[in-house]
Structures are given as C-alpha cells and as structure tokens.
Design a protein. Structure first.
Length: 257
C-alpha cells in the first residue's frame, strides 16, 4: 500500500487549519478562466464578445443547477435528510459539465448563435478539473471521491486506515493524457472541424467516468448503476452521432491494418 502523505491533508498556516480542497477548487476556477482568456487572445474567435458572455452565463447557471441535482441523486435518502446548506454544498463536476452543456445550447438558441462554442473552453476545463481533482485527493475520505478497498499495488490509505483505489489520481493521469492528446490534435496539419475537440473531450471523459464508478463504494443503485453512470450514458446518447462516426473511423483504421 502506497503512502506518500497523511490524508486528509490540512496544513496549518498562521494557526489556522487550511482546507486544501477548497483552496484548490477556487484555484481551479481562477487558473481555468485565465487560461481561457489567454487562448481567446491567441485565436480568432468567430463568436462575438456579447454572445460569448451570454454563453458563459448560460454555462454557469446550467452547471450550478445540474451539479447539485446529480449530487443529490447519488444518494437521495441520505441527502434528503440534510439541511438546505448541506444540499447546496453537495456538487459533482459531472452534473456541472452536462448542465453547462445544456445551458449553453439553450442560450445559443435564444440568441440565435449558430457557431460551435465549446472548443475554446476544452483545454481550460480539463486543466481546471485536474487541479480540482488534486484537491479531492488531498481531502482523502472526507469527500466522496475515493475508491473501494483494494489489494492492488496502487492502493493507498486515504485517511481511514484502509488500502483504497486513489481514483482521483487515476483521473488526474487520464486528464493529463487527454490534455496533451487534444493539444497535439489541434496542432495537426489536418485539424478537426469546429466543435469536435469539445465533443471528443466530453465523450472521452464521460466514458472514463462511467468505468471509474465501478471502483467507487457507491451504496445507491438503480438497476445496478449509479446516477453518475446514468448521466454518462445520457451524455453518450446526446453525442450518439459523433460516437457512431468515431466507431466507424476506428473500424476502418483497424480494417486497413
């Protein structure tokens, strides 16, 4: 069982115990947004500043609502008994991403924007999630982002004395790989069409999270799957055309080999 640091990690600064998870959560928003501004300056954005701002507002409100809703559905009996403050504090990035997507599409229909808007957000989102997941890891078993008990070599004591899958670290490694893969695709001499990079991110990330849910000690299931897994399936269904095209493309490549 690996043990790098004592978890949960809560350093003392000036006599005050610091919640590293919250600090990194705010840092994720700040760094992600600054990276978005940096990329926007370096690219030709086909969407006007006013429409881009409207899209961001739609994404924020959609993310706020769905992040809480999906977190509640992870274990309704447990969350139903909590106070309204606790309910509002419960959130999940999966609901935030899908809710943000729906919020953006709704706003685009209202303002009549036809251009794909996701590509510019893709890398900043990945970077922000990775920073946030580091906070989840440092929170140990205080946050429900830890894995099941395991005898696997990479099992770690996340704060309860048991060897568990450090799924937050698994996710960080996946996100780093995805970040560099999309970066290389964008540098290709044959770049993908507008909007494809965001679709690729969503399909890849939601597929990965569907599999990772099997490593979480979930207690509330519906027909053997968690609410997060149903959301993942819903997202893949939303992008069913892109998924179908990707499968056909991969099949052709394998056939040629």
């Amino acid at each position: 069982m690996l043990s790098l640091i004592s978890l949960p990690y809560e350093p003392i600064l000036f006599g005050i115990k610091v919640n590293a998870h919250i600090v990194l959560e705010y840092l994720a928003f700040f760094v992600g947004f600054q990276y978005y501004l940096y990329l926007r300056k370096r690219t030709t954005d086909t969407i006007s500043t006013n429409n881009r701002l409207s899209i961001i507002i739609g994404a924020v409100f959609g993310a706020l609502f769905f992040s809480r809703l999906i977190a509640f559905l992870e274990n309704p009996p447990l969350h139903y008994s909590q106070s309204i403050i606790s309910f509002l504090n419960n959130k999940t990035i999966m609901g935030g991403l899908f809710g943000g997507l729906l919020g953006v599409e709704l706003v685009k229909k209202v303002i009549g924007e036809k251009q794909s808007s996701g590509d510019l957000f893709t890398l900043p989102i990945i970077l922000g999630i990775a920073i946030g997941r580091l906070g989840c890891f440092l929170a140990g078993t205080k946050e429900f982002t830890y894995g099941k008990k395991t005898t696997f070599y990479f099992g770690m004591d996340l704060g309860d004395g048991l060897s568990r899958h450090p799924i937050a670290l698994y996710e960080i490694i996946f996100l780093i790989g995805l970040f560099f893969l999309i970066t290389q695709l964008q540098k290709s001499t044959q770049p993908l069409e507008n909007g494809s990079y965001f679709k690729f991110f969503m399909i890849s990330y939601f597929s990965f999270r569907f599999m990772m849910e099997f490593l979480k000690p979930n207690t509330y299931f519906l027909f053997g799957l968690s609410s997060i897994q149903y959301l993942c399936l819903l997202c893949l269904l939303y992008y069913y055309k892109s998924v179908g095209e990707a499968i056909k493309y991969a099949y052709k490549k394998l056939y040629l080999l």
